[in-house]
Write a protein that binds this ligand. Sequence first.
Ligand code: GLY
Length: 339
Amino acid sequence: MTNRRTFIKKISAIGATAPLVTNLKGESSKKDNPIIVCSRGEDWGEKVLIPGWEILSNNGKLLDAIEKSANVTELDPEDTSVGFGGLPNEHGIVQLDASIMYGPNHNCGSVACLEGIKTPSSVARLVMERTDHIHIVGKGAQNFAKAHGFKIENLLTEKARKIWLRWKENISDKDDWFPPKDNSYNNERSTGTINVLAVDSNSDVAGITTTSGLAYKIPGRIGDSPIIGAGLYVDNEVGAAGATGRGEEILRTCGSFFVVEQMRNGKTPQEACEALCKKIVDINGGTKNIDFNDKIVALGKDGSVGCASIKEKKGNEPKLSYWSKNGFKVYRGTYLIEE
Ligand code: GLY
């Protein structure tokens, strides 16, 4: 049994105009559906959620709301972990993964290793709505997107190319690639990703997870994001969960499915996210073996939210943000290990 440290709990909220306070059970938005949530704090949250909230709050379609919000990060070249501008694989090629799930019919769709298309979550939605399949990968996914009129474009921005090149030049001092003299190399490999989850005014639930995956991955590597039950899971009776961070850990715990099932069995979204973090630490033999991070966000059918990560620097609680009738709020969750 792991010698677990207690979860570090601190919850606060940042309003778009004035500070607002969420309570410790994460029930601030209860009975306030619709609600749309993203797995990032104030820096990205507000701009990502604006188009989705616009749709949801005007009684638009739930799937349109989450897709339009996910598209914001996918289309933004400044984000190096999702869509256009994402960091490439070890060969310098951007390969994107995304999934979508819709509660009312429990249907889902996903794409993986998709090259040349800026908005993989939109392609995943078409897999769900316009095919009898769930997963389409690689060239097949690209051909499917082309058939639906998507443009093939270069997804490798100058910013991402330079970061990738610096990684390549620093892999080894026994190869023929030399870093420049002013070498300012940061050896972190991002697994950024974004989850967008929502409940509409009928209390129907849906979600999207989208990513460029692990930076410099072996070509063809698929993470948790496009795997239903791992990077995303939705159950219309219960709610939704999504994961970011090291995908391999989320895959071998069926992470998002695990969280939703914990909620079905009575845990709050916050408790369910914490339960997954503890499970991941346990299967790795305890906190001493944790050299990666994962973050889980969850949304109950009643509009309650939760968020937990495995490790953070002191005072750097993992965040999610959401729009509801009460405006834009940032929710701070908990983490298990202090770095
Ligand atoms: N969680 C994103 C990935 O591992 O690909």
